[in-house]
Design a protein around this ligand. Structure first.
Ligand code: PMT
Length: 403
């Protein structure tokens, strides 16, 4: 059971917050509602008080609310701050670090994970200022739920509707680690770059930080999977997993993966593996005498293609094989070709030239590409992308995606 602060800001979707509160309670969580002044115009404080069985926090300035410096006390006692609906105004305050009411002060004061469910008029949602604020928040690790599209209360049709309460409840429940949906499944994840040594001093590497792979490993562990993480050289702190294997080059990564592939339910290849490595690793530092040097490069083993062939030889449907494709144009078409060539079940395609996507950053923009389906995921935190990938994996394990 987690303690969840449910922030409600002043949008028409505020009435759905009652259902969200109820859904969270049904999953065994303790909910404290925090309402902004405008939220109270849309939904009654008494309703939420009766449902949550806690006083509803509305203001920092209520008599008696400051004996325990309420926003600090609540901030340090919660496992999640969930804001649904999150208006353009509250998102702007969060992004800008403004703390002029209880909810915005709570956002700054808490170290718990934060999830927001934006809901507003479609033009407001698409406004560059709002999109910039969402990117800022996602970049800080805030989980941003994608609003639904359709007929909006303001009479417009488009994107901006608060997701269904059940979807919000599911996402929040997963974030606090309540869903053990991958319990008993062994999941192998690769992350980070590979370094291919030229001599004892130099190497060929790439910009992968390991963030994407680590987010997937963390999410899988949170869902109860037994996670084996094979990581290339990266300075980032890895998540707590069942087994962490540190490797350097592509061959070492291949050996580590193949030795552990048997018995896995899924293998997710988020690592940026070198395609070429120096044909010879010089035993001593190459000196600076010639005006130009030529480096001969040879193809490295393709680990994902090797896994695809290994699985086909056995005529097996498991492990589910999920690859990535780092592209710089025509991303989906190229990703689809990799899906087929490597015999994966689906490929997570990112165009690394897109702002906020790909290497090093905390966010990504991807399209999941399966044999006869595609799902585009707009810019969001890598933790949310990881959640969407694992949702698809769970469907594949349940037999709903045919390899
Ligand atoms: O680590 P971050 O900073 O968070 O960045 C994330 C990321 C950009 C590294 C990640 O989102 C990503 O795109 N990873 C895959 C990078 C890559 O190597 O793409 P590719 O298109 O070259 O390879 C396609 C697939 O084959 C990948 O799953 C790759 O792991 C695999 N591969 C590639 C080469 C090789 N020799 N063996 C492989 O298994």
């Amino acid at each position: 059971m987690a303690r969840i602060a449910l922030g409600i800001s002043g949008g028409i979707g505020a009435y759905k917050a009652v259902e969200v509160a109820r859904g969270l309670q049904q999953r065994g969580h303790d909910v404290v509602a925090v309402m902004t002044r405008n939220a109270r115009r849309f939904v009654g404080r008494l309703t939420l008080e009766a449902i949550t069985r806690h006083p509803v926090v509305t203001s920092q300035w209520t008599n008696g609310a400051n004996a325990g410096v309420e926003h600090i006390a609540l901030a340090s006692s919660i496992d999640l701050l969930l804001v649904a609906p999150a208006t353009a105004n509250i998102l702007g305050k969060f992004a800008g670090g403004i703390a002029d009411d209880f909810l915005s002060a709570l956002y700054l004061a808490t170290t718990a994970p934060v999830m927001v469910a934006p809901a507003m008029n479609t033009h407001m949602f698409e406004h560059p200022a709002v999109q910039q604020n969402l990117r800022t928040l996602a970049g800080r690790g805030v989980a941003v739920l994608d609003p639904g599209a359709g007929y909006l209360a303001c009479g417009w049709t488009g994107k901006g509707r608060l997701p269904e309460p059940a979807e919000i409840v599911d996402a929040a429940h997963r974030l606090v680690g309540g869903a053990r949906s991958l319990a008993g499944v062994r999941v192998l994840v690769t992350a980070g770059p590979t370094f291919e040594d030229i001599d004892p001093v130099r190497y060929l590497g790439n910009r992968s930080s390991g963030r994407m792979g680590f987010a997937i490993a963390r999410e899988a562990a949170g869902r109860g999977a037994t996670v084996v993480l094979v990581a290339g050289p990266t300075a980032l702190e890895p998540p707590a997993v069942h087994e962490l294997v540190r490797v350097r080059g592509a061959v070492e990564m291949r050996d580590a993966v193949m030795a552990r592939a048997e018995g896995t339910g899924a293998i997710i290849m988020a690592a940026a593996v070198a395609d070429y490595a120096p044909a010879v690793r010089e035993p001593r530092k190459i000196g600076k005498s010639a005006d130009a040097v030529t480096l001969e490069l040879r193809r490295t083993p393709d680990i994902l293609a090797g896994l695809g062939a290994w699985r086909r030889e056995r005529g097996a449907a498991r492990p589910v094989l999920i690859g990535f494709a780092a592209e710089t144009g025509e991303a989906v078409a190229r990703g689809r070709r990799k899906l087929e060539a490597k015999h994966a079940d689906f490929i997570v395609v990112n165009d690394v030239l897109e702002p906020g996507a790909g290497f090093e950053v905390e966010t990504n923009v991807v399209t999941l590409v399966g044999r006869d389906w595609e799902e585009a995921l707009p810019l969001q935190a890598k933790s949310s992308i990881a959640g969407a990938i694992l949702d698809r994996l769970e469907r594949a394990l349940g037999g709903q995606v045919t390899p």
